[in-house]
Design a protein around this ligand. Structure first.
Ligand SMILES: Nc1nc2c(ncn2[C@@H]2O[C@H](COP(=O)(O)OP(=O)(O)OP(=O)(O)O)[C@@H](O)[C@H]2O)c(=O)[nH]1
Ligand SMILES: [Zn+2]
Length: 183
């Protein structure tokens, strides 16, 4: 598969006006193929695999928040990166999820071709599925290179997207507590 992808990158480089035979570019198609396979590895992961059973019984019913999870994804419109951070909170109801798994869930969906809104929703639904929480909130703040390097070329704008499920949707004070904690 890597060789097949590399073959196409070689053709793209040629069409863009480069000489794929020159010293500096000799191994570039293969490197790029491997890099893109890494950046889209989320297609080959499942929630069960990455959670790996790390769901623990707990009587806590207070909000748990994991914030500032770094996020690197690829925009599905231009295949350029978007980069930012993700904040995830949930209201447990008998179960808590292993701390590292929030980052793993974020990466599983970020390492696909995405738009930020769908990425936000997929993370929220996955956390809801594994924790069966009373509520889940996810906020992503990101900068899109397709808006910075090309197109409108705006360097300072960022996009914020949120998904609130359960208690975060119905209970104003829960939602407010979350927004205060991440601000
Ligand atoms: N809502 C949303 N839009 C995105 C995201 N990533 C990229 N886009 C936008 O997708 C749109 C694609 O618009 P098109 O007009 O089809 O493509 P384009 O001509 O390359 O657009 P420009 O970026 O405006 O030059 C652009 O407005 C991008 O800014 C994302 O995560 N969420
Ligand atoms: Zn884009």
């Amino acid at each position: 598969m890597t060789d097949d992808i590399a073959h196409h990158y070689r053709q793209i480089m040629e069409k863009l006006g480069e000489n794929p035979e020159r010293e500096g570019l000799k191994d570039t198609p293969k490197r790029t193929a491997k890099a893109m396979q890494f950046l889209t590895a989320g297609y080959h992961q499942t929630l069960d695999d990455i959670v790996n059973g790390a769901v623990f019984e707990s009587q806590t019913d207070e909000m748990v928040l994991v914030k500032d999870i770094e996020l690197y994804s690829i925009c599905e419109h231009h295949l350029l990166p978007f980069i930012g951070k993700c904040h995830i909170a949930y209201m447990p109801s008998g179960k808590v999820l292993g701390l590292s798994k929030f980052a793993r869930i974020t990466d599983m969906f970020a390492r696909r071709l995405q738009i930020q809104e769908n990425l936000t929703l997929q993370i929220a639904e996955a956390v809801q599925e594994v924790t069966e929480a009373r509520g889940v909130a996810v906020v992503i703040e990101a900068q899109h290179l397709c808006m910075m390097m090309r197109g409108v070329e705006k360097q300072n704008s960022s996009m914020s997207s949120s998904v609130m499920l359960g208690a975060f949707r119905t209970n104003q004070s829960t939602r407010q507590e979350f927004l205060t904690l991440i601000s």
